[in-house]
Design a protein around this ligand. Structure first.
Ligand code: MF3
Ligand code: CO
Ligand code: CO
Length: 276
């Protein structure tokens, strides 16, 4: 997730040096391979998600798996982020840092977000895991978040406006009594971690574009059970939590806009992990 730092006016003033890279077929093939590896990393971690294990253990296994596949975890040392994945539990919206004091407990919902660099290409995906048995309330939030991602993806076609993604996501979230995080958004990805454009998940898009074939970006809505606002833990300057302590859930795909029809999902293997 890319935090929004710029105001609308500042973004407009910067227009000329903010460019969306249209990827070549060769680059798309490279991002597809990396995206597949990122999703396989999540699949590898899934059986390890059990009550009693620490998030540091998940991070260790994540790092091993990615290195064993001749790739690098993009989050490691990214703006000093210390880990190979983000582990965000319950009220943590995103950017949770794995550590050896955080033990998974029965009933937790956990997001693991993995970004790989493979042959120089970036693939970014995340999904939700249940730790043991979770409440119907938590499970429903996960379902709403996944449907929000799917609603956003339906808007990812040649000629459509970028802002329709966030509008569709917000509509689905609101219809289900949930709110959409606006302080972090999706992003162009592929040749580097966070590229243009910023992909807002609500209806207040900062900058709009017409979608074109070869655009590669993420859609990764963070959906809250309560209020939309987040706060960052001051002791690590990373962990983003819901302001009211209520649950948050998130799913993420990397996709490519095609000539006609829907998007090509470059992290499709993540779908196999979805369960509510
Ligand atoms: N993978 C996250 C995203 O979806 C970004 C994590 S940045 C980190 O964009 F520094 F926190 F790792
Ligand atoms: Co992302
Ligand atoms: Co991600």
């Amino acid at each position: 997730m890319r935090p929004i730092f710029v105001t609308f006016a500042a973004a407009m003033a910067n227009d000329s040096n903010r460019k969306i890279i249209i990827k070549t077929p060769e680059q798309i093939a490279g991002i597809r391979e990396s995206g597949k590896l990122a999703a396989s990393t999540l699949a590898y971690l899934k059986p390890l998600v059990q009550p009693g294990i620490t998030t540091a253990y998940l991070d260790k296994k994540c790092k091993e798996f990615i290195f064993d596949h001749q790739a690098l975890p993009a989050t490691l040392h990214y703006h000093s982020f210390p880990s190979s994945c983000c582990t965000s539990i319950n009220d943590v919206v995103c950017h949770g840092i794995p550590d050896n004091k955080t033990v998974l407990r029965d009933g937790d919902i956990l997001n693991i977000d993995v970004t790989t660099i493979y042959n120089g290409y970036f693939g970014d995906t995340c999904t939700m895991f249940k730790v043991g048995e979770v409440s119907a309330y938590a499970s429903n939030l996960m379902k709403v978040a996944k449907c929000c991602l799917d609603e956003g993806l339906k808007q990812c076609y040649n000629g459509n406006r970028l802002s329709n993604i966030g509008k569709a996501i917000e509509k689905h979230a609101r219809a289900n009594g949930c709110s959409v995080v606006f302080e972090f958004c999706g992003h162009g990805v592929g040749l580097s971690f966070h590229e243009e454009p910023e992909v807002c998940h609500n209806s207040e898009t900062h900058r709009d574009y017409t979608l074109k074939p070869g655009m590669v970006f993420t859609v990764e809505p963070m959906i809250n059970a309560g209020k939309a606002r987040t706060k960052i833990d001051k002791w690590d300057n990373w962990t983003a939590r819901t302001i009211d302590g209520k649950l948050s859930a998130q799913y993420e795909h990397t996709l490519c806009i095609t000539e006609s029809g829907g998007p090509e999902i470059l992290t499709l293997e993540m779908e196999d992990l979805v369960e509510f």
